[in-house]
Design a protein around this ligand. Structure first.
Ligand SMILES: N[C@@H](CCC(=O)N[C@@H](CSS)C(=O)NCC(=O)O)C(=O)O
Ligand SMILES: [Fe+2]
Length: 275
């Protein structure tokens, strides 16, 4: 009898233990890969700077190959070109491309002025945007700087020509306004489309491995970076199904960017009217 009781207690204890282990903890979220950017050789050679515009909450990214000194800049802001030029000069970089994730509606791109100031620099935007630039790219294209390659992914929905740039070896992606941290670009501009954006994010960004670091075009809440896993688990808009997402996006009721009417036409001309 004692033996049977002990066996029974053992089974109950084991079951409780297993239940405790298996039961999901409410405060647990999908684990975030916190090791620094990458374990491949390239990380030592990558110079990476995240720069911020306090006025429009825009992130600009400078990426360079430390060995060859070739560099690209993503989403430069015209008012901060002097800052960017100083950093480029300080590191003795050769700027190859000034990339635009899209035709911005809230600030003027610095890519037109940068290419005027730096002869090696070519401005880049998507062909789908129909905006002026030296180089027009589309889904699947590759942009090289030194030993590094950025894959171009078309992620329309916020605008028709929105792009995401992926630096595979270093597990980084630059999402522009397609995906913001715990949010996404608005879809109420003339070229916006909630369904298109939903498919873009799920097919072109959430299809990356969960440990990819995602760097957005803006942040209005003081956050700097996220991951694919984090956004899949915690992005309240994009965790919804398509109809839930569309419902949210159609009811954001955001005020139009202050400079909307002025910025769009000049950004269609690469940020400078007198090219
Ligand atoms: N209040 C700002 C404009 C904020 C805004 O509309 N941001 C855009 C990205 S810049 S085109 C956006 O898509 N926001 C989405 C969101 O959920 O915030 C201003 O006055 O400039
Ligand atoms: Fe935008």
């Amino acid at each position: 009898m004692t033996y049977l009781c002990q066996r029974l207690l053992g089974v109950v204890a084991r079951t409780l233990k297993e239940t405790r282990v298996r039961r999901p903890c409410l405060s647990t979220v999908t684990p975030v890969w916190i090791r620094p950017i990458c374990s491949c050789a390239c990380v030592d050679d990558l110079l990476f700077r995240q720069l911020f515009d306090n006025f429009t909450y825009t992130y600009t990214y400078l990426l360079a190959d430390n060995k060859s000194k070739e560099a690209v800049i993503i989403d430069p802001v015209i008012d901060l070109v002097q800052r960017d030029l100083r950093i480029i000069r300080d590191f003795n970089l050769e700027l190859r491309y000034a990339l635009n994730t899209h035709v911005h509606a809230d600030h003027v791109t610095g890519s037109g002025v940068l290419k005027q100031r730096i002869p090696t620099c070519q401005s880049v935007i998507s062909a789908a945007s129909e905006a002026k630039a030296n180089v027009h790219v589309g889904d699947g294209d590759i942009l090289r700087f030194g030993a590094f390659s950025l894959e171009v992914r078309a992620t329309p929905g916020h605008t028709t020509g929105c792009l995401t740039f992926v630096l595979h070896g270093c597990r980084l992606a630059f999402t522009g306004d397609a995906l913001l941290i715990r949010g996404c670009g608005r879809t109420d501009f003339p070229q916006g489309n909630a369904e298109t954006l939903y498919r873009s994010v799920h097919e072109k960004i959430f299809s990356l491995p969960e440990n990819f670091m995602l760097y957005p075009g803006h942040d209005y809440t003081g956050q700097t970076v996220t991951t694919v896993g984090e956004e899949k688990a915690m992005n309240r808009r994009l965790k919804e199904d398509l109809s839930g997402f569309t419902e949210i996006m159609n009811n954001l009721k955001l005020p139009m960017p202050k400079e909307f009417a002025k910025t769009l036409p000049v950004n269609m001309e690469c940020g400078v009217f007198d090219e």
